[in-house]
Design a protein around this ligand. Structure first.
Ligand code: GLA
Ligand code: ZN
Length: 676
């Protein structure tokens, strides 16, 4: 193994401080066998590195880092602040959180620090500073890993004060705040900043975190909490930068994680990284979406798959085992969508505590002949063989999906029209349609540059911020297509409704007006007949769409509004804008998406074959201009498809010319370098 060769990084979290040094020797011999070139070290070492407030002890970290250096590995070095030590909580009770129900927590668990605590902020930054000072310049360090999976929320007095400061900065005066929060409703007009309380079970909330009397207050608290944790990350990054000006700094995100607005964070990370723990093994499309979302954080730059389990997780009630080939398939899926690193949690299984049954590359017995180890080693060999060809490659997407944390929060918090309409599910249904059609997709924030896209899909774009309405108009004006749905264009950045026809500032683009809507239980179906005569189901939400220039593409078939429009298309400039006013089933969503894409030539190579519905095709274009085509068989049966391009399978070296059969075993992968 040549650890300095440019290639996809391969390895993951390694916590050898839990076992004796003889085992470390065994670990590295196994890493050699598996092609492991990168280890993430020190993620939960705070208590070892700082055993008391005025004592720093680097002996463990020195040994762990020293061994990795001696063994020629690359290191992703953590600051270790994802869990604070017991002495800290005892000496400074302010560092523990107060939860949504108002309970002051005591020492325990992890990801448990109050983000507003001055003591936490000072000591976490100081730890990062000292670690960076000690190890900066270590050539093996390829990235700094700050904290771990930032998340949750705190409702303590320090956070309340921090919230008030954040509000003062945002609104400057109370009149503006009262107006933004629509405070005259229910006698909430604030006359002093100190009257403002964090929205919790003790204040504005009445049935958990999603049920609030004042959406504006809760939204601002979500934004504040996201910013407060971001400030913790920024503290540590600045401390690292004092001694290391260059090495990239990241923190591991969690994909579609609601509490943190990753778009607000993205500019502060040097590259994005995330931990992929899908809810089940039926979610290939959802994983593809999440990879695309994470890639979209940094304008399409490659990201790291920071964690995935090689086999099973431990925290769920039931923890299924990844079937043979699945770990490989999902690893390549990450690469197909933009990953330049494939890392695991974790390298060797924990000895004890809550993750002792979490999967690892090396099990407790340290064997090299387990199925899991063998598959990891095979993947390691493949990645070594691939070398540098895919590094830095970009996804050539001409279709974008807008994803917006504010709309997610606002819709999930909204009283009415329906708690059953979930932002994530709406977005995923529209993405699913694109995925089925083999379309390369960017998932981008609403402030992204939309000029490079032919089609922009904005599912449930509830909140319109900044210039998004006019920029969507621009897409259609120059010949592109915009597709949006029910509950779009309803509220401004304060979550107050536009005092105009629905869909607000999107009305002109969409050429429709909506005066009323109906919400029903999931068992209620109103069939929608589409323009080609096919009828699909719609559920949950039924907007009564009144065309104002748009043509009708689908009509309701039942109830008192039978025969009225549910789906429309409006010619706008040189392009068009599609509006889906009903909660169409997947078949309906897929039909509309296909219509909207039709004239743009963006549909994938194998989209027409329904027998290939579980075969995913994704493209990246390498810095040398060569296209790499990833073909991933997510089905449990072998498939054969005619090569749509000529090129070489980089994993086997086999050449293909146009029309040759490409054979994929169940869960198999082809990585084709397309001929120029
Ligand atoms: C998260 C954490 C890891 C570990 C894994 C287990 O991703 O970052 O420390 O707990 O989950 O799945
Ligand atoms: Zn707090």
């Amino acid at each position: 193994m040549n650890p300095s060769a440019a290639k996809i990084l391969f390895g993951g979290d390694y916590n050898p401080e839990q076992w004796p040094k003889e085992v470390w020797e065994q670990d590295y011999r196994l890493f050699d066998l598996a092609g492991i070139d990168t280890v993430t070290l020190g993620v939960f070492d705070w208590a070892l590195t700082q055993p008391a407030e005025d004592v720093y002890d680097f002996s463990t970290l020195d040994a762990v880092v020293g061994k990795a250096v001696a063994e020629g590995r690359r290191i992703c070095l953590a600051t270790g602040t994802g869990a604070h030590p017991a002495w800290l909580a005892k000496a400074h009770p302010e560092v523990t959180r107060v939860d949504f129900d108002g309970r002051k927590h005591r020492f325990g668990q992890r990801h448990n620090s109050c983000p507003s605590s001055p003591v936490f902020r000072r000591l976490s930054a100081e730890l990062a500073r000292r670690i960076a000072r000690r190890y900066a310049g270590t050539e093996a360090i390829v990235a700094w890993h700050v904290g771990n999976e930032y998340g949750g929320a705190c409702y303590c007095e320090l956070c309340a004060a921090g919230f008030r400061d954040w509000l003062r900065t945002k609104y400057a005066d109370l009149d503006r705040l009262n107006d933004a929060w629509c405070a005259t409703f229910w006698a909430h007009t604030f006359t002093d900043w100190d009257e403002i309380e964090p929205p919790s079970a003790l204040t504005e909330h009445w049935r958990g975190p999603d049920h609030t009397a004042f959406q504006g207050i809760t939204l601002d608290y979500l934004r504040f909490m996201s910013d407060a944790m971001l400030a913790n990350f920024v503290d540590e990054k600045a401390a690292i930068r004092e001694s290391d000006p260059d090495t990239p700094v990241t923190t591991n995100f969690m994909g579609m994680y609601r509490p943190i607005d990753y778009h607000r964070w993205a500019a502060h990370l040097d590259f994005a990284s995330w931990d992929n723990y899908p809810p089940d093994d039926q979610s290939a499309a959802r994983m593809a979406f999440t990879h695309d979302l994470m890639r979209g954080l940094k304008d399409g730059q490659p990201f790291w798959l920071m964690e995935q389990t090689p086999s099973f997780t431990a925290c769920r009630d039931v923890n299924p085992l990844k079937r043979p080939g699945i770990m490989r398939l999902w690893s390549w899926q990450a690469v197909a969508h933009g990953a330049d690193a494939v890392l695991f949690f974790q390298m060797r299984a924990n000895r004890g505590a809550s993750e002792k049954y979490h999967g690892a590359v090396i099990g407790h017995a340290g064997r090299s002949d387990t199925r899991v180890f063998t598959e990891v080693a095979e993947l390691g060999a493949e990645l070594t063989r691939l070398g540098s060809v895919s590094l830095g490659a970009r996804t050539p997407a001409r279709v974008a999906i807008l994803f917006d944390w504010d709309s997610w929060w606002a819709l999930d918090l909204s009283d009415g029209p329906s708690r059953l309409v979930r932002y994530q599910e709406v977005v995923l249904a529209y993405h699913r349609a694109l995925w089925d059609l083999g379309v390369d997709v960017d998932v981008v924030p609403v402030y992204a540059d939309l000029s490079r896209y032919d089609v922009v899909v904005a599912p449930a774009l509830h909140m319109l911020k900044g210039s998004i309405a006019t920029r969507l108009e621009d897409v259609a004006r120059r010949g592109g297509s915009v597709l949006t749905t029910f509950l779009s264009g309803r509220v401004d950045a304060d979550d107050n409704v536009f005092l105009m026809d629905v869909p607000g500032p999107l009305g002109e683009l969409l050429g429709v007006r909506v005066d009323e809507w109906d919400a029903r239980e999931a068992s209620f179906v109103n069939p929608v007949q589409l323009a080609d005569g096919v009828t699909v189901d719609s559920r949950l939400l039924f907007e009564l769409v009144i065309p104002q220039g748009a043509s009708v593409v689908g009509t309701y078939q039942a109830d008192w509004y039978a025969g009225t429009p549910a789906v429309t298309r409006n010619a706008y400039g040189a392009g068009d804008a599609w509006y889906v006013g009903a909660g169409l089933d997947q078949a309906g969503v897929s039909w509309v998406v296909r219509q909207a894409l039709d004239r743009h030539g963006v549909i994938g190579l194998y989209a027409s074959s329904s027998s290939l519905s579980d075969v995913e095709v994704a493209r990246r274009v390498a810095p040398d201009g060569r296209t790499i085509l990833f073909v991933l068989n997510h089905s449990a049966v072998a498939v054969s498809l005619p090569a749509a391009v000529s090129g070489v399978d980089l994993l086997t070296g086999i050449r293909f010319t146009l029309g040759d059969p490409l054979r994929l075993a169940p869960s198999d992968v082809l990585v084709l370098r397309v001929d120029p």
